[in-house]
Design a protein around this ligand. Structure first.
Ligand code: PLP
Length: 333
């Protein structure tokens, strides 16, 4: 099978960049949802711990259980709130508040303009009252920005609305609440010194999806994908390769099969379009477990950075990374 190398130095380099911006490691909540963006949940949790992070964010309680020994607090974005002294649960609606177990620790998500999740502004007072009545402990109030990685000023009006939310929550007498709305792109763009916490995902893994004019902080990709050679053959001009014989050899050539396929999360729609790291085109279709390349190396680097592939595929780095199968072996270097 293909394998993945996780570059520890690059991960720490990226984390250092963000902790410099924040002035503290404790204010970084590393987002480890979806198998840590394909990097490997437990590996990235342990590296985060080694770096000195204390906060994490995951999607559900199963992910939290796997990594909870590494962190002081884990924010769970999409699961029912239950009592656990280490976990806090994002509440996305009034219904979430009603379903939460009495005594659980919660963080209220407020919709400041993304219109995906969170309670609306006119529900804020009702939600806060309900949280008290239901005997929940309010640890945080959060929001999410819809256009932080785009060339627009939307981020600023969302921030403005979130500031009004802060004032309202405080004026109702809630104390020791942490307020957070920044993801990687917001943190890269804005001053972070006044933030209680940032929820850091893609930036920690080395990608900066901001338009060029914002790019002041260089980050280093953490994951590289490799494949092993399975077999090699000599093709005569006009012989064809793989399912459907879609690739025709334009001349005599040496072709090897490598053990990476769509079963590993390397999408079949990557056929033809995508060149791997050394500018080698994939020959013909991607199969479940294999691709064919004009190469003979025993180990071949598929990518060091997924940016170019994502661009060619008309998607974002997140999608290519999270597709990578959790059963691919991951080695920390
Ligand atoms: C995934 C996620 C993040 C992290 O976003 P990045 O762009 O990867 O930094 C932050 N907050 C919430 C609510 C998320 O779902």
């Amino acid at each position: 099978m293909a394998f993945i190398k996780i570059n520890r130095d690059n991960f720490f380099y990226n984390l250092n960049k963000f902790s410099e911006k924040l002035g503290s490691k404790d204010k970084i909540a590393i987002v480890l949802k979806d198998n840590a963006y394909g990097h490997g949940l437990e590996i990235m949790a342990e590296l985060s711990y080694n770096f000195g992070l204390t906060q994490a964010v995951v999607r559900d309680i199963n992910e939290a259980r796997i990594i909870d020994r590494y962190f002081k607090n884990i924010l769970i974005l999409g699961d029912r709130a239950v009592v656990n002294s280490k976990y806090s649960f994002a509440l996305n609606s009034l219904d979430d508040i009603r379903k939460a177990q009495r005594g659980s620790i919660v963080e209220l998500k407020v919709d400041t303009g993304m219109h995906r999740n969170g309670i609306s502004l006119d529900e804020l007072d009702i939600a806060l009252k309900l949280i008290e009545d239901r005997g929940l402990t309010l640890k945080g109030v959060m929001s999410h920005n819809r256009s932080a990685d785009e060339l627009s000023s939307e981020l600023f009006w969302q921030n403005k609305i979130f500031n009004q939310v802060k004032e309202r929550v405080k004026s109702l007498g809630f104390k020791n609440i942490r307020f957070h709305s920044y993801n990687s792109a917001s943190a890269l763009r804005l001053n972070c010194k006044n933030q209680d916490l940032i929820r850091l995902g893609i930036g920690a893994y080395g990608y900066n999806e901001l338009p060029e004019i914002y790019n002041k902080i260089e980050l280093k990709p953490v994951l590289s994908l490799w494949a092993n050679r399975v077999s090699t053959r000599r093709l005569k001009k006009a012989q064809r390769v793989g399912y459907g014989g879609e690739y025709t050899a334009p001349r005599d050539m040496v072709v090897s099969t490598y053990n990476l396929g769509y079963g590993d999360g390397w999408l079949r729609s990557n056929s033809f379009k995508v060149y791997i790291e050394k500018n080698l085109p994939i020959l013909g279709r991607v199969s479940m477990d294999y691709i064919s390349l004009e190469a003979t190396e025993d180990e071949i680097l598929i990518f060091n950075s997924v940016s170019r592939i994502a661009k060619e595929m008309n998607t974002i780095s997140y999608e290519i990374l999270t597709q990578l199968s959790s059963s691919i072996e991951r080695i920390v270097i």
